[in-house]
Design a protein around this ligand. Sequence first.
Ligand SMILES: C[S@@+](CC[C@H](N)C(=O)[O-])C[C@H]1O[C@@H](n2cnc3c(N)ncnc32)[C@H](O)[C@@H]1O
Length: 278
Amino acid sequence: MFHKLVKHLGRPELYAPSSAPFWDDEHISRGMLAAHLDPQWDAASRNHAFIDQSVEWIFRLLPPTDNPRLLDLGCGPGLYAERFCRKGYQVTGIDLSKRSIHHARQSAAKQGLEITYCNQDYLDLSLQGMFDIVVLIYCDYGCLSDSSRKKVLANVYQALRPNGHLILDVFTPLQHEGKTETTTWRFEQEGYWKPEPHLCLQSFHRYDESNTFLDQYIVVTDKKIDCYNVWDHTFEVEDLRGELNGAGFSTVDIYGDVAGAEYQPDSTILCAVARKDT
Ligand SMILES: C[S@@+](CC[C@H](N)C(=O)[O-])C[C@H]1O[C@@H](n2cnc3c(N)ncnc32)[C@H](O)[C@@H]1O
């Protein structure tokens, strides 16, 4: 056990994966769902007032009359998907978390909303030209490694019709400005990571040379050690534009958030609206 622990204690290689499932873990996903559904808390989802603004902005920018088919990648329990559906879009939501998709399906059925939900990894998406809009919201793009980001952009490009749009948001390096590398620990009888007594060794690592940051949680129980690596690759405007251009999106408009704020140099968020030009 001790040797296993020591193996996790060094500085992880850039984009080293978690040692156990995170989004779809039976226990973690329960806490995550509660966080999504908390209307005030900017945790798993942004607060619900912001989500209303976000959907309203996208509705005005790309109305469903001309852009009816919308794909929500990492849709969680359907907070955006339901709002888009009420605005008149034909919505498909994809998420890795069984619990979130189960909740999303039940919630849509209760409200009589026709939304297609799939419990799937968006890295395995293979749809051809079916969508007018694809959204990937709450900075999930930056959690992915360089190769996974390429993969997801290629999948999205293929899934969009010509002149279709991808909307995504990411953090800028300013999100982590002034944070120093730290290591802390806590013991909990039960908590976010495990339902049983556990020790959580938490650390923050900077990889400034690539504008990437890591929140690491090593969780030790009586029986096992799990290591959760939550990566955040952040972007300057030109980095994000470059990745999108490289994937074939030649027109990229930049905003300060996914509700259409003007981008300012001190913004901690960037939102890109990228068009698949013909
Ligand atoms: C931070 S949450 C944001 C959820 C939603 N976009 C929102 O803002 O309310 C990230 C979501 O993406 C999902 N997710 C993460 N990686 C995924 C993947 N590779 N394929 C599908 N879903 C994924 C997670 O299960 C989670 O529901």
